[in-house]
Design a protein around this ligand. Structure first.
Ligand code: NAP
Ligand code: ZN
Ligand code: ZN
Length: 346
């Protein structure tokens, strides 16, 4: 075992405290990463508050991890000391099932091992990236391209891949009309990616407060969903809608914005159900779908796509003593557009 410094929560509505946590000794294929930056994802908040199910405390969130390799196990071949690397939402999977073979480890039939809040194959409860070090098996570590800074890379490991993957799967290409619902961490990456892939992008936000930003990020249109006119004006318009909202919405209203054969992909993960009337779907052969992060191969592809197209997230770097405040701001949709913790301030 080795020790790491971490920011820890001890209960659903408790503030963060500093603590030491244990990391396992390196197995032959393990890599020890010195974490430099960790992004704050809304999933950290849902999880720590127990909204998605029971949580074991103490709990260390963080699954947008960027750092440097500090040590490697005896049989590691993919990474060497000093490499700039990233870890996202998963740290292991069975490696044998059809989905693992296909490089979609997030759909592993035995269940992926989450970066936090999971029990790993050694029986240890996983603790995330709001910490100084983490040990991860080499296959679940990606390389950060040279022209992407570590602080900018961190949010790509979840917000980036979670929006890139469905945009690729549902082919957000030239000639396609794509709407992004919610301009937060995931939403702003969806706008950048869909625009870079050649689609025509519309943002659907609660208000017009961030309109100027949305247009700069690559959208060609921006509407307020608080205005009922928006739903009349845009009825039947989109081939693809990516819903990134962390709260319950009236899905039938959003489905009415899809064209014939259009798909609404929910990546937002509120704890509450999202009721759908079948007539919202059948009249125009629409689909209501979901998507979970992305596989390791696709995560590397996404990072390389970012490097090639000069895409990075809009971030606000904070010190570790401001995590509680940052979480409050995320809950109030007051983030432009991703908080990233400078781990050197732990
Ligand atoms: P975020 O930064 O808080 O962004 C969510 C955005 O949704 C907000 O900025 C806001 O945008 C909008 N919103 C929030 N509350 C709303 C409400 N009550 N009504 C309407 N719109 C509201 O969160 P995030 O980190 O991007 O994560 C978004 C969701 O995706 C979370 O539920 C998270 O758990 C989930 N997630 C899923 C996956 C996956 O694999 N499927 C991966 C990562 C995250 P506007 O201000 O523009 O309205
Ligand atoms: Zn996340
Ligand atoms: Zn598997």
């Amino acid at each position: 075992m080795s020790t790491a410094q971490a920011k820890v929560v001890y209960g659903a509505d408790q503030p963060f405290q500093s603590a030491e946590i244990q990391r396992r000794e390196l197995h032959p294929h393990d890599v020890l990463i010195e974490i430099k930056y960790a992004g704050i994802c809304h999933s950290d908040i849902h999880s720590a508050k127990g909204e998605w199910g029971p949580v074991q405390y103490p709990f260390v969130p963080g699954h947008e991890i960027a750092g440097v390799v500090a040590a490697v196990g005896s049989e590691v071949t993919k990474h060497t000391i000093g490499d700039r690397v990233g870890v996202g939402c998963m740290v292991d999977s069975c490696g044998k099932c059809i989905h693992c073979h296909d490089g979609e480890e997030q759909y592993c039939l035995e269940g992926m091992t989450g970066t936090y809040g999971s029990v790993d194959r050694y029986g240890q409860y996983t603790q995330g990236g709001y910490s100084s070090h983490i040990v991860v098996t080499e296959d679940f570590i990606v390389k950060i391209p040279d022209n992407i800074s570590l602080e900018a890379a961190a949010p790509l490991l979840c917000a980036g891949i979670t929006t890139y993957s469905p945009l690729r799967h549902w082919d957000a290409a030239s000639g396609k009309k794509v709407a992004v619902v919610g301009l937060g961490g995931l939403g702003h990456m969806a706008v950048k990616f869909a625009h870079a892939m050649g689609a025509e992008v519309t943002v659907l936000s609660q208000s017009l407060k961030k309109k100027e930003d949305g247009l700069k990020l690559g959208a060609s249109a921006y509407y307020a969903t608080s205005d009922a006119e928006t739903f009349k004006q845009l009825a039947g318009s989109f081939d693809l809608i990516i819903n990134t909202v962390s709260a319950q919405l009236d899905m039938n209203a959003y489905l009415s914005l899809l064209a014939v054969d259009g798909t609404l992909v929910n990546v937002g993960a509120p704890a509450e159900p999202l009721p759908v009337q079948v007539f919202s779907l059948i009249g125009k052969r629409r689909s209501f779908a979901g998507s979970s992060i992305g596989g390791i191969r696709e995560t590397q592809e996404m990072l390389d796509f970012c490097a090639e197209h000069g895409i990075t997230p809009e971030i606000e770097v904070i010190s570790a003593d401001r995590i509680d405040e940052a979480w409050e701001r995320v809950l109030n949709s007051d983030v432009k557009y991703r908080f990233v913790i400078d781990i050197s301030t732990l």
